[in-house]
Ligand binder design. Sequence first.
Ligand SMILES: Cc1cc2nc3c(=O)[nH]c(=O)nc-3n(C[C@H](O)[C@H](O)[C@H](O)COP(=O)(O)OP(=O)(O)OC[C@H]3O[C@@H](n4cnc5c(N)ncnc54)[C@H](O)[C@@H]3O)c2cc1C
Length: 356
Amino acid sequence: MRDTDVLIVGAGLSGIGAAHRLQAARPRDRYAILEQRPAIGGTWDLFRFPGVRSDSDMYTFAYPFRPWRGSRSLAAGAEIRQYIVDTAREGGIDRHVHHGTTVLGADWSGDRWTVRTDRDTWTARFLHLCAGYYAYDRGHLPDFPGVGDYAGTLVHPQAWPEDLDWAGRQVVVIGSGATAVTLVPARGRVRGDLIARGAVGAAAVVAIVVSAVAVVQATQKVDVEIDYPEGSPQDFAQDWFETHDRDHVGYVTIDEVLKYEDKVFKRFDADHDGKLTFKEFAGGIPPDQANYLAANHIRFDKMDADHDGTVSPREMEDYYRAFLKQIDKKGDGKITEAEWFAATIGNPEWYPTSVN
Ligand SMILES: Cc1cc2nc3c(=O)[nH]c(=O)nc-3n(C[C@H](O)[C@H](O)[C@H](O)COP(=O)(O)OP(=O)(O)OC[C@H]3O[C@@H](n4cnc5c(N)ncnc54)[C@H](O)[C@@H]3O)c2cc1C
């Protein structure tokens, strides 16, 4: 039997925050944090699906006593995890965490709580439950009739396999909540269905429908548009891809792109002198899209290999060929949409992440 003044259950954002405040307000009180997992961070350590991030802005989500200094307002899961771990370490809170200790029950008697764990029993004057709001051992998975017949891979974001290779696979995301809208852009535009509640019947032919936060790798092809915000880098990248992937096969070949860009060249070359000036090259960019204009400038300068202030069809072709070859990791001459998104979004040469 171990005794303390305050017992905190959980070393996630809440538990570490509670410990910090307790130390500040009542430095003489003894306390312990019981944590079932080997790590600090709770949610932000558990969830590892691609693109996992906060939905709240970090300037308000973070602790008031340790303001968020990151540059991104919606931070990646790993950054939040590190923030919680650093907070615990800096305050010496981590020394109070008893990992690998699962709380099984608590009883109040006299003036104390008796708290049973899978290792030992604690007594405490105060019990502070910071154990979160969902089951850690397995994510919510409704019972779908026929799920056993599904031959594809069924993935729940709460237990994302580290080695899951979903590039180039047909994917169905079931649910259209926060996790879905985080996951999908992380992969690039997905040829799959975002299935909301109520659409289950129709979707079942394609794949098994799971909870609001699950992903299925489907065996059957489905075609769907994800609507990215207008003017966003994703929107521009999607536009580019769709324009080039005319038969909607989910990839573009390098040859296709070269052919298409050659046509574009001729269209832009208003004075038909076989050279593009920057004005001709960037003529179609909306005037309020300064970032895209800047990106096009970088690209134009790269194409202009002989630095004469104009781009010839040959220079444009050389540029595209080199760029696409660099993206084409498999070397099969095909660029998938995911490859395109990964290579261009956030790349100042193409689509900067922030818009103006
Ligand atoms: C993908 C995702 C994104 C999210 N984004 C946001 C957001 O942007 N804004 C927002 O406000 N919220 C968000 N949330 C909710 C998020 O969980 C909370 O904001 C916050 O992280 C919860 O912190 P917590 O410490 O209360 O709980 P948790 O992070 O769940 O931590 C609970 C801890 O208690 C431990 N524990 C549980 N039961 C026991 C037991 N019996 N014995 C011992 N230890 C136990 C767990 O192992 C865990 O470490 C998000 C959640 C998810 C899953």
